[in-house]
Design a protein around this ligand. Sequence first.
Ligand code: MN
Length: 288
Amino acid sequence: MRLCRFNEGRLGVVNGTILRDVTAALDVLPNCRYPFPSHDVLIEQLDRVRERASALADRASSVPLDRATLLSPVASPGKIVAAPLNYRKHLDEVRDDAALHQNNPARAQTVQTAGLFLKATSSLVGPGEGVVIRDTDRRTDHEVELAVVIGRRANRVSRQDAMAHVAGYAIGLDISVRGPEDRSFRKSPDSYSVLGPWLVTADEVPDPGSLDLRIEVNGETRQQSNTRLMILSVAELIELASSMYTLHPGDVIFTGTPEGVSPLVPGDAIVATISRIGTMSVTVNNGT
Ligand code: MN
């Protein structure tokens, strides 16, 4: 199932070029009282939501996808985990480019050495909201990535058991200011984590390790690769992340970007595609 959030927090099931408005399926969610859960309740209850959404979809009103403003398919992730340098050729381009490694090639460490980093959850938007460049004086790059949404609590999970903890997948854009600061600082401005266009449930992606991914800017292909070239697989990333902290339903893992990162400027039009997931269009706007 392809589950999207759109307009003012509505829920949709995507079918071809339309979506069915199944917002009423949210009624299966528990009423929460303060202190609210710090994980995403919809993803935690995804099986119940899917069942209700399926029952509602046939009689639900339809909306053309190109008329909907798509939001992040996960509303409230507890954390956004991200892998640095998880493709060999991207590691090479960082080592070879002083603008990327900040005159310190030793910064170009593999994901096994560097570990994972976190992006602020306040940086999360959907494709319909767009990227707003925080500071046009700083180089700000696109990074297209497979994004994994955790479905079940995972603590010290082995790679063999990891995939049972995945709810589904989406396209992630890890928008990144280049510079000497810590990754979490450079990659956390508002709108610098784009997730969309929808959540594709894990049953529709039997092998996340064989997906073509691509990003075009103004019609020009900038990055094109396949997830089989990831250094650590999805299962290994879950093992690594959950070795250090518990992953909760709705937590998102950005799995790293392939070679071809390049700067964005206000006015750019992004089109990002991952096979079996879909295509999303994202505009780049000026925030200064
Ligand atoms: Mn990245």
